[in-house]
Design a binder for this molecule. Structure first.
Ligand code: HEC
Length: 389
């Protein structure tokens, strides 16, 4: 077995041949669709093995070490982990014998928000409930109230899911319902602090049309899902994926998207990919050739609000379509909050020249505190706003 450090260098150092390890998928001759040639990027890099992916992604200390050393590679380890085929009848258990590209994937067996924030604030079923009882229900619309429509005329849709570390913490503090969140406003309540093992995803999906999309059906991680309002059953392809890990106190913020999105959804790319991450993308797309994962790219990784005096940005064309230029994952999520005042959550957009724009840079501290007009922070987890009374 290849040491993780050797694979790291193969992914990020370029120029060195890596021929050991699990090289399946390379050399199949199927293009990755990036239009790239072999310009300086190692074409023979091995994809990380099951064991490397799982042992790194599930060990917060290793995640922290890797994100400091090679953020782009950490992004791919996390992407591989959440997209690893899952064992049937369980939640969040990767199948060592699974074929990359098969569904359901690990994140597709995590608890979906609709299974956690129930009517009346009722307690959810336990984690070990035999797996999802059916396909997830897709959410329509982006958080700015707009809808991205693909070139086939269908809406891009969304799901949000959490791993066991996140779920168990929410349950232990009864934060799945409004009354548990309101209790955070009582004097002496412990702040919300998820464990280092916590992970969450927000996914964007495109309905796969067997005719219009026939040439790219194998370019996607797929899922069966329920599309409101008529609740029709559809096959959807993953166009975007936000992945967050609580391995760092302010979480690690990662986002991926499908490389043909501009063509298929018409959404512009208003972001720049860090050159080191772009190099890792090319190396991993080659290593994963022959699997749908080769059709994805990391847009970047965010771990700081500000670097060298400049606010950091990170966005996904499918999830922050119209506010990519003012999208700071961390800053917006730092505003995740609860109060028992007339406005239970802080605003996460401001109006700028008639357009909604996000907050970037260091988040304000003044809204948080015990005062009647102040808020309790929800440790960056905005989907907690789904809690019902
Ligand atoms: C302007 C605010 C804003 C920005 C910017 C933003 N998000 Fe979110 N995010 C939200 C809201 C609100 C939700 C709640 C779920 C929903 O309604 O879709 C959410 C949900 C999520 C979730 C599901 C877990 C949770 O916290 O509820 C993840 C994961 C996530 N976002 C990651 C990211 C990443 C990664 C980025 C940057 C690439 C990002 N977000 C940028 C507001 C934002």
């Amino acid at each position: 077995m290849v040491a993780l450090s050797a694979v790291l260098c193969a992914a990020a150092c370029g120029g060195k041949k890596e021929t050991q390890g699990n090289a399946s998928g390379s050399g199949t001759g199927t293009g990755t669709g990036t239009g790239s040639s072999d310009s300086g990027v190692d074409a023979a890099m091995a994809a990380p093995t099951f064991e490397q992916v799982v042992s790194t992604a599930t060990a917060p200390t290793q995640v922290v070490e890797l994100v400091k050393r090679d953020p782009g590679y950490l992004a791919w380890i996390m992407f591989l982990y959440v997209n690893w085929p899952a064992k049937a009848g369980e939640r969040g258990v990767p199948d060592p014998g699974g074929t990359l590209g098969a569904s359901p994937t690990v994140f597709q067996t995590w608890k979906e928000v609709h299974e956690v924030y129930l009517a009346g604030g009722a307690a959810p079923q336990p984690w070990a409930d035999g797996g999802p009882s059916g396909p997830p229900t897709l959410s329509l619309g982006e958080i700015d109230g707009t809808t991205l429509v693909d070139v086939n005329g269908n809406p891009i849709t969304y799901t949000v899911a959490m791993n066991q570390g996140t779920f168990d913490y929410l349950v232990s503090r009864s934060l799945y319902g409004w009354s548990g969140q309101a209790a955070l406003r009582q004097a002496g309540a412990a702040p919300v602090a998820f464990p280092a093992s916590a992970m969450e995803v927000k996914a964007s999906w495109k309905i796969l049309d067997p005719v219009a999309d026939k040439d790219r059906l194998d370019h996607y991680i797929v899922a069966e899902a329920i599309l409101p309002p008529a609740n029709t059953r559809v096959t959807v392809g993953l166009t975007g994926l936000h992945i967050i890990s609580k391995a760092l106190p302010n979480w690690i913020w990662i986002t991926f998207e499908q490389i043909e999105n501009r063509e298929t959804t018409g959404a512009p790319w208003n972001f720049a990919i860090d050159p080191a991450v772009a190099t890792t993308n090319l190396a991993m797309q080659k290593a994963l050739a022959g699997t749908p994962l080769a059709y994805y790219q990391a847009n970047g990784v965010q771990t700081e609000y500000v670097v060298d005096g400049a606010a950091t940005l990170l966005a996904n064309s499918q999830i922050e379509t119209r506010f990519q230029k003012s999208s700071s994952c961390m800053t917006c999520h730092a505003l995740a909050s609860v109060s028992t005042s007339a406005q239970p959550r802080l605003d996460f957009f401001q109006l700028e020249a008639g357009n909604l724009s996000g907050f970037v840079g260091m988040p304000p501290t003044s809204p948080f505190g015990p005062g009647p007009d102040q808020y309790s922070a929800l440790d960056f987890v905005w989907s907690m706003r789904e809690a019902k009374r």
